[in-house]
Design a protein around this ligand. Structure first.
Ligand code: NAG
Ligand code: NAG
Ligand code: NAG
Ligand code: NAG
Ligand code: NAG
Length: 602
């Protein structure tokens, strides 16, 4: 296996060398750790500010956090006035406000901050812009030029400039992480047909760490080191920028002049939204991709712990939107245990970023709230013959609490007559990049008749589902499914669920729902319920998943390891709970054996 891998690599290596006739090779790791003296050296940070005001709170904070590793650092910001839109005016206003706030503050990073305004989108102007930055570099006697666009997100801005310098490469780019499974970064790697793809993917996935000589194609973030005469000669004196398409000018010039380009990935530099053709003409997709990176960042902590959000500037006032969306629904409930404050904090920041208005609903805590008295008051009875298929045990208090939380929300919906529907989310929810886009598309179409919409679920019987027959592009009719991580419910649906009196024949809520849309395989259980008429649809693929799957690091269930209810009780009413600690590993094994699906195959 390993030998095979090596021969493939060697094959690609020669292929590339022969095809391109280049004198350098892929994977030519060359990392220099010596930081050359930075005295009397000057650095220019040059940023393209596209007209996307939503990036500014984050971008500006990152610029504020840079530290200057040279004797002088300069900041040039480029603004584009093209279509006379509100977004353009807003971007311009905020930028001038920030620059004047920076000048008033006692910041010591930049010697000067300059705004360059471009007033047309003609190719000439955009090429002139490249010419302009080289001319500036020449006039200011710049040693290091750092060029990037406003969409990137840097994780450790205070370190990045000195790290880039320490790599001592003529032309390089830092690897930036992009949207999951979309292979894009600051170098071209998303063409799966090219022989480089396999090798590039190893760099992208950080299977190998270091600085790698690549076959050209860096983009979006450039580090020029003018200590190298070749870089000086080629870029500072080039008068022919108009020969090139502006997007690829740097790359083409580098290739034509055999300038080696490097990508470095040892440090986690940050993020860049996925880029592909379809997105170029749809600003809303670009927006959602950027927002998604901010949201996902919070889930990128070591061993799947939470990270604090990417910070926003406080130098100028850019408030978060007060008006937030509910997708036309009457309420969005988020079920959260009061003792899981970490999850609430994570989600509060997430919903702020996603611009979604929610109501936190204190979950019924199986550990502290539920006792015999509580169950008696609700007249709770276990479904006859119910036994957890994986643990061979009746329900535990955690599962009861979970059922009650959902049940009380259904009741609340009916009490408030929420005829526009509601959304119920659990607090371990993770949002797909297309979550808002697809949900809006479905919910804004009022002609579709639904009672329950699964936004995320565990498919239990994929052989019973027809993925060809989609409804409104994104939906299918679900067969037996588990999980309640996120679903929308109609008022009629809530009434059907409540009128069945499920507390008097209780079973886990994610078994109850498939019974009520009549796709449960256990006829014995099913026959206790009568009006099994929920009209159910499911997003396929799911637009929500849980943040942590069973058995992964930091998977903490709020329902496992709670007392068991109704153990061996012929009477089926409340008995003294028997505490049974669940063997997590054994349970997981049973789940894997009993379902043919892999755990994360949704
Ligand atoms: C590594 O880089 C240094 C300077 O950047 C250069 O002198 C040296 O030849 C390079 N080594 C290899 C193996 O390319
Ligand atoms: C943008 O600002 C300019 C100048 O202040 C103004 O003339 C124009 O109407 C504004 N455009 C929009 C769309 O608000
Ligand atoms: C947030 O949503 C509200 C309501 O849909 C909308 O008016 C507002 O423009 C949105 N704000 C942002 C920043 O997207
Ligand atoms: C809304 O849904 C109905 C019923 O599924 C469908 O016929 C119609 O084309 C949809 N309308 C839009 C605008 O998508
Ligand atoms: C079950 O037990 C409860 C309390 O112990 C009692 O009140 C009830 O009558 C019993 N029900 C049946 C059907 O035996």
């Amino acid at each position: 296996m390993k030998n095979q891998l090596i021969s493939i690599l060697i094959f690609f290596f020669f292929l590339i060398v022969f095809i391109n006739g280049k004198k350098y090779h892929l994977f030519g790791e060359n990392e220099s750790s010596t930081i050359s003296s930075t005295n009397d050296q000057r650095l220019l940070v040059d940023v393209d500010i596209y007209n996307r005001p939503y990036v500014l709170p984050y971008l500006l904070r990152q610029l504020e956090q840079l530290t200057c590793p040279c004797s002088q650092c300069y900041l040039d910001l480029h603004l584009y006035h093209v279509f006379n839109t509100i977004a353009e005016n807003e971007t311009t206003r905020l930028l001038y406000e920030w620059v004047s706030a920076m000048k008033k503050s006692d910041q010591t990073i930049f010697t000067t901050i300059t705004i360059h305004e471009w007033t047309s989108q003609t190719n000439n102007d955009r090429v002139n812009r490249l010419y302009d930055v080289m001319k500036r570099s020449s006039e200011l006697e710049i040693t290091y030029l750092v060029m990037f666009d406003s969409m990137i997100i840097l994780l450790e801005p205070e370190k990045i400039l000195s790290i880039l310098i320490s790599k001592d490469k003529p032309l390089m780019t830092p690897l930036l992480r992009s949207t999951k499974d979309m292979y894009t970064s600051t170098f071209y790697l998303n063409d799966q047909q090219t022989p480089d793809f396999y090798a590039y993917r190893q760099i992208y996935e950080r299977k190998k760490l270091g600085c790698f000589l690549i076959n050209g194609g860096i983009k979006d973030f450039y580090f020029f080191n003018f200590n190298y005469p070749q870089i000086r000669n080629v870029f500072l004196t080039n008068e022919n920028y108009e020969k090139f398409q502006p997007e690829s000018a740097i790359d083409v010039i580098a290739r034509e002049n055999s300038i080696p380009s490097y990508v470095c990935n040892r440090e986690e530099f940050g993020y860049i939204p996925a880029q592909f053709l379809e997105a170029l003409n749809d600003e809303s997709i670009i927006h959602d991709f950027y927002i998604h990176l901010l949201v996902e960042h919070q889930l990128n902590g070591p061993s799947q712990t939470y990270l604090s959000p990417i910070p926003r500037t406080s130098l100028i006032n850019i408030p978060l939107s007060k008006e937030k969306t509910k997708f036309g629904l009457d309420e969005i409930y988020v079920i959260n245990l009061v003792r899981r404050n970490d999850r609430r904090e994570r989600l509060q920041a997430t919903f702020d970023i996603l611009n979604i208005s929610v109501r936190f609903f204190d979950a019924i805590d199986g550990k502290s709230t539920i006792n015999q008295k509580y169950l008696e008051n609700l007249n709770v009875r276990l479904l006859p013959n119910y036994e957890d298929p994986y643990n061979q045990r009746p329900m535990n208090y955690g599962e009861l609490g979970c059922f009650f939380s959902h049940y009380f929300i259904w009741e609340d919906m009916i009490k408030n007559e929420y005829s526009n529907g509601i959304l119920i989310l659990e607090d371990d929810v993770r949002f797909d990049v297309y979550f808002k886009y697809k949900l809006e598309k479905i919910l804004l179409n009022h002609s579709l008749d639904w009672d329950i919409l699964y936004l995320g679920r565990k498919i239990m019987r994929s052989n019973e589902e027809n993925y060809e027959q989609t409804i409104e592009t994104f939906l299918i009719e679900p067969s037996y499914s588990h999980w309640t991580v996120g679903y929308a419910l109609s008022l009629r649906g809530a009434r059907i669920l409540i009128n069945e009196n499920p507390l008097q024949k209780i079973l886990p809520v994610d078994e109850y729902l498939p019974i009520m849309y009549d796709h449960h395989p256990n006829t014995q259980w099913k026959n206790h319920f009568h009006n099994r008429k929920l009209k159910a649809y499911a997003f396929h693929p799911s637009i929500l998943t849980p943040t942590h799957y069973f058995g992964e690091p930091n998977y903490i269930s709020d329902t496992e390891n709670t007392p068991i209810f109704g153990q061996n009780d012929k009477n089926e009413s409340v008995t003294t709970p028997i505490v049974v600690s669940v063997d997590v590993v054994a349970t997981q094994k049973r789940i894997e054996e009993s379902t043919s699906m892999k755990k994360d195959e949704l």
